[in-house]
Design a protein around this ligand. Structure first.
Ligand SMILES: [Fe+2]
Length: 193
């Protein structure tokens, strides 16, 4: 996987500043979670739809999840061009205009969810600052029911997520505390993308 990525010109990026580029994801209780992470708020329960690295100035373009074994906790996926009853839903205007405060350690900043044809959204670290941003929060909560589920029902599956266009979420892992996924994140080669 790493070799293929290097050949494509992709660069590995950590999703936590100064952290490792490969992380092992395990369900954790709220009390043991990293501050501002989704686990700090939702623990082992179901996560809301989000993109990874939303607190970073340049979030990863691609997120690769792998599961060596199997897991009974699906990963939920929602694409910005999601179709409902055959019709593309598109993104409403407020997704481009609602402003959020993004907590990123000592360097917090303001941003909209949809900028430069990419999405940044994580209710764990993004605070809505105006009425349109609050509409965005509600919009993604309502979209959750249209998310598709990826089931980890065979060993060694690899799930490649376009973190610019797809939001993802872990279903509740309360029944599966031993669940383990590996995560790698990448920036695409700008010239090639
Ligand atoms: Fe995630």
């Amino acid at each position: 996987m790493k070799l293929d990525a290097a050949m494509l010109g992709w660069t590995e990026v950590p999703t936590r500043r100064g952290g490792p580029t490969v992380s092992t994801l395990r369900p954790v209780d709220a009390a043991e979670a990293e501050p501002n992470s989704l686990s700090a708020r939702y623990g082992k329960g179901a996560q809301p739809l989000h993109t990874d690295g939303a607190h970073l100035p340049h979030p990863p373009d691609i997120v690769v999840l792998t599961c060596e074994t199997t897991s009974t906790t699906p990963t939920r996926l929602w694409h910005r061009n999601n179709r409902v009853a055959g019709r593309a839903q598109g993104l409403p205007e407020f997704v481009r205009h609602g402003i959020f405060l993004i907590s990123s350690g000592n360097d917090s900043f303001f941003a909209a969810v949809s900028e430069d044809r990419r999405m940044r959204y994580d209710p764990g670290c993004m605070l809505p600052c105006d009425a349109r941003a609050r509409q965005v929060v509600q919009f993604f909560e309502e979209r959750e029911r249209f998310a598709e589920e990826h089931h980890w029902n065979e060993p060694s599956q690899v799930l490649l997520i376009d973190n610019r266009r797809v939001l993802h979420a872990r279903a509740s892992a309360a029944h599966e505390p031993q669940r383990e996924l590996q995560r790698l994140s990448f920036h695409l080669n700008r010239e090639a993308s």
